[in-house]
Design a protein around this ligand. Structure first.
Ligand code: SF4
Ligand code: SF4
Length: 107
């Protein structure tokens, strides 16, 4: 009888407090700051090598399809700036250091 009471108590505890083990689907934390990136590209120094476009995981960058800079290159620009995650892969691969990446924290 005592054993039955023990299990009933466990069951009651389960119903009231839920599972004690952490779940695989934690609820998202509220009020977490959103971090995104912003890139600036020096168009006149760009030689249109396309490395940054290929390196970007978020499809932010493209080469200008028609316009060229003073040196005659189709330069890179941020076609989808709102997608930037601030990973800095583009700045890392650019051989001419044309790109600067900023992390913007939205509170
Ligand atoms: S910082 Fe990352 S996501 Fe943003 S443009 Fe550069 S490679 Fe793309
Ligand atoms: S990697 Fe640098 S030089 Fe090459 S296209 Fe991008 S910005 Fe221009």
């Amino acid at each position: 009888m005592e054993l039955l009471n023990f299990f009933l108590l466990l069951r009651l505890r389960w119903l009231v407090f839920g599972r004690l083990a952490p779940t695989n689907n934690p609820k998202p934390l509220k009020n977490m700051a959103k971090v995104y990136g912003a890139v600036t590209i020096e168009a006149q120094r760009c030689k249109g090598c396309d490395l940054c476009v290929v390196a970007c995981p978020a499809d932010v960058l493209l080469l200008q399809p028609k316009e060229v800079n003073d040196r005659g290159y189709h330069y890179a620009f941020a076609a989808n700036p709102e997608k930037c995650i601030g990973c800095a892969a583009c700045a890392t691969v650019c051989p001419d250091a044309c790109i600067e990446v900023y992390r913007v924290v939205e509170k």
